[in-house]
Structure formats: C-alpha cells, structure tokens
Design a protein around this ligand. Structure first.
Ligand SMILES: *Cc1c(COP(=O)(O)O)cnc(C)c1O
Length: 482
C-alpha cells in the first residue's frame, strides 16, 4: 500500500505509464452523500486531489477507489479536529498547568456560555444606566471571602505581581528576601518580573536565613515596597529562618512602606477542615500584608486570572495604572470567577460542588475501589496491547501548591504486551512510549505517567468512567503492534 503521506497537488492529469489512477471526477462522483455533506464538495474534491498527487509521486499498486475516498475522508477528519480539546488527565497531578489547571463546575461553565452568546452588563450599571466597572461583578465577593477592602482582577497571577510592582514601586526599590527570589513554572522569575515592572530589586538576607533586622536595614526613603513571595514549588529545610511575619508587617507600617505578599495559590478556605495539608489562606495573609496576589486557577478552582486584594488606597493606585487596561480580563473570566466564588458562600457543599476540592479530597479507599471496579473493563479494551493491574500511588496537588505534600491514591498500571511483528525489536521502554502515543491519539486522549516501563493512570481525577471506557474502546478497532 502507498503511504498516502504526500499532499500537494498541481494537476488532475492522469499519471503516465501503466498505473491506472482514477480521475478526480470519478472519485468525487462516487463519494457517499454523507461524506460530501460532512465536508462539502469543495473540500472533499481538494482532499481527493491531494491523495491522488501522493499516489502519482509514488510507485506501487494503486489502491481501490473506496480506499482512496476513505483516505481523503481521514485526512479531512484529522484536519477538522480541533487543536484545543478535552483530554483525560490521569497524571496524578490535580492542578496540571499543561493540562489546563482547575476544572470548572458545570454551573460556572454555563454562566460563561450565557454571557458569550448574548450581550451582558459587563461595564454597565443596571441600577442607574450609567457606565459600570467590570471588577464590580466580583469585588464585593472577594472582599467578603478574604476580608480585603478592595480587589481587582487581571490576566493571571504573574500579571497581578507585575501590576502591583509597577503601580506601587516604579523607579523605586523593592525589598525581597534572597530565600524568596523564586522561579515558578520556568518563565516567571521574581527578579526578571521586577526589572520589567521598572523596579530595582533590593535583596536581603541569605538563601536559607533572613532576619527582621535585614529588612530593617534595607528599608530607606527610596524603598517603594517590601515583598514576600510564597515558596510555591519548593521547600527549604534545615538551618533556616525567616522574619516573623507579624513583626515584619509592624516594621513596614512603622516605616510607611507597603507590604505585598505573592501567595501564588489563592486559598480561600482552611484546607485542614477538609482533611488536607494546611496552607495559608488569603484572609490570614491579609492580616499581615497590605496587598495579596494569587491565582484564580490554582487551589481557588476557577479560571486563569490573577487577583489583587488588599488596602483600598493601594488597590485604587493599582486600578488607575495604565497596565491594568492591558492586563484586564474578558467577560468569560468574570462569569466563571463569580460563579465559583458564590460556591464559597456555602462551605458545607464546597467539597462536593467545586471540582478541584472534590478531587483533592477523594479518599484513597474510594479511588482504590474505583480502580478495582474498572480494571476488568479497561483490560478488555486493552486486550493485546497491555495487561492491567491496580496499584497504590501518590497524587500531587500541582501548580506549585503544597509542593512537599502528597495525596495517597490508586492507579491502573498498564504494562505493554510484547505482541505482534514489530514488537520484538522494541524494548519494554519503547513499547511503553508507543502505547502512550496511542493513548494520546484517542478521540479523547488519555494522559497518564510513565513509571518503570508501565503507564500509570492515577484515578484520583477520573469522574467520567464511561467516557474513558468509550475512548479506550477505539483502541480495539485499530490494533497495531507496539
Ligand atoms: C503560580 C504562581 C505565580 C504565577 O501565577 P500564574 O497564575 O500562573 O500566572 C506567581 N507567584 C507564585 C508564588 C505562584 O505560586
């Protein structure tokens, strides 16, 4: 069989020589009405031409007409597949930045859809008919949930930090502990953001120890801001010291310098109450800082955005800064964020209704039971590809939240089988990579993690069991050797 890989077409002329390639007219004329309706005659004809051009460029037998049409259909279907689409995140990382972080509750997704297909009062005061402020839709809720006096929303937490620095400390010094000059996610580095915001970094202390007196000596008239950065994705252990937060805040107030705290994960509730490792809440952070910045799509469980909450006079300066306009968010974000924040008004139901918290609080026993229940059905769909077993494993919260804490979970372990012609040449590692590729190629791709020549599917984040089995079922219809 020719490979059908070349796709450029320049003419309809039949190929010279003994090979008989059917005409475009004949192939399009014989196409099923369903194919023509699905793709349109113009696109279908174009795809047939592309397939024929590929055939002309190659030697070898000419496929049946039906096979040529089927290949054109396959190419069109592949072309029309959206680039951004749902996947099963079974990596064990609940807030996986590369897989879209927090999942919205359906109510929030519906709120987004509602304002997307119809006009909304985004910047319109329905009471007076005058112009409104887009932050008004969430500001009161944020204040109620965090104790802040005022709040603004921007594109993400990186933008929040940039805006706070620029609005409060442009052309001034920002005092930061050397232990907090962190890099988050590869492209957000505190010293770099500082430069872009037009501030001068004033490092104090050492990597492992910073004392109150280090701050006291560094603060001078040209200081615009003292900043604390939550060590989101690492922990320092051993001979360490940080300035007492309350004493530091008292020092800043005494010197008249605002204190900003970049929290990273915007945690609005006491996680310990839900059986999770404790993490400082925004409310607690605001008792020891003037301004707090945090993400909307980490522990808060909403959409990508950054929230700046704190003292009214400082938030007013942030709001007036021209960068706010450049970093502002769309109505989609406000709709989703407002819907999620409203769930926080009913804490007893939060662990059920907010997907992030629901997934994080799943008990190991329940996940293990789910794994045992699903294993036979998954094994059936993977017959010939892999054997399936159940194993205890450890999930992570992800996105820099609680980096050193982990959550006991259970996984399906897929061990690729050495079956079929090509497999003998591949090692176990190669077969594993190949199976992972096939799983990524499913209608709804399945993303696990590779460990010891097997693929682990951590079920902590699996809610749609039927959907997973459906997607895996299409492996059966296209068996190929690993
Ligand atoms: C995650 C994080 C950021 C970046 O937040 P994004 O919402 O991803 O832009 C900044 N600072 C800290 C401490 C973080 O944990």
């Amino acid at each position: 069989m020719p490979s059908f890989t070349k796709t450029r077409s320049t003419s309809d002329d039949p190929a010279p020589g003994p090979r008989r390639i059917p005409s475009v007219e004949r192939l399009v004329g014989g196409a099923s009405p369903a194919d023509l309706a699905a793709y349109g005659r113009i696109a279908f004809t174009g795809a047939i031409r592309a397939v024929l051009a590929g055939l002309r460029a190659e030697a070898g037998p000419v496929p049946e007409e039906a096979a040529i049409r089927a290949e054109a259909g396959r190419q069109l279907a592949a072309e029309r597949r959206p680039s951004l689409r749902p996947v099963f995140n079974l990596t064990g990382t609940v807030l996986h930045t590369n897989l879209g972080r927090a999942l919205l509750p359906r109510s929030a997704a519906e709120a987004v859809a509602a304002v997307m297909v119809q006009a909304s009062n985004l910047e319109f005061d329905l009471a007076t008919g005058a112009r409104g402020e887009r932050d008004d839709h969430v500001e009161a809720l944020i204040c109620r949930l965090t104790g802040a006096e005022a709040a603004v929303v921007v594109n993400n937490n990186a933008a929040a930090v940039l805006l706070v620095l620029n609005a409060l400390a442009m052309r001034k010094e920002v005092v930061v502990s050397r232990g907090e000059l962190v890099e988050i996610g590869g492209s957000f580095r505190v010293p770099d953001v500082m430069v872009r915001a037009g501030c001068r970094l004033r490092e104090v202390g050492t990597t492992n120890r910073t004392h109150l007196r280090d701050y006291a000596e560094a603060i001078r008239p040209r200081t615009g801001l003292v900043m604390k950065v939550h060590p989101s994705n690492y922990g320092i252990a051993g001979f360490t010291a940080a300035a007492d937060p309350e004493a530091l805040y008292a020092l800043c107030r005494e010197r008249g310098v605002p204190l900003a705290d970049d929290l990273g994960s915007g945690n609005l509730v006491d996680l310990a109450a839900y059986g999770l490792p404790p993490e400082p809440t925004v409310r607690a952070a605001l008792e020891r800082a003037d301004v707090v910045t945090f993400s909307g799509d980490k522990l808060l469980g909403a959409v990508q955005c950054g929230i700046i909450a704190g003292r009214a006079d400082l938030i007013a300066r942030v709001r007036k800064n021209p960068l706010k306009r450049a970093l502002r968010v769309d109505k989609m974000t406000y709709a989703a964020l407002e819907a999620v924040l409203r769930l926080y008004l009913h804490p007893e139901r939060l662990a059920e209704e907010l997907p992030t918290l629901r997934l994080l609080t799943r008990e190991r026993a329940a996940i293990a039971a789910q794994a045992a229940r699903l294993a036979p059905a998954v094994a059936e769909r993977l017959a010939g590809w892999a054997t399936v077993a159940v194993m205890d494993c450890i999930s992570q919260i992800g996105s820099g939240a609680l980096p050193v804490e982990t959550l006991p979970s259970a996984a399906l372990v897929l061990t690729p089988e050495a079956a079929g012609g090509g497999s003998a040449r591949r090692g176990a590692g190669g077969r594993c990579k190949r199976l992972a590729e096939r799983l990524r190629d499913l209608p709804v791709p399945v993303i696990g993690r590779i460990q010891d020549d097997a693929i682990l599917l951590d079920l902590r984040t699996l809610e749609d069991e039927a959907g997973l089995l459906d997607s895996l079922a299409s492996l059966v219809s296209h068996p190929t050797a690993l």
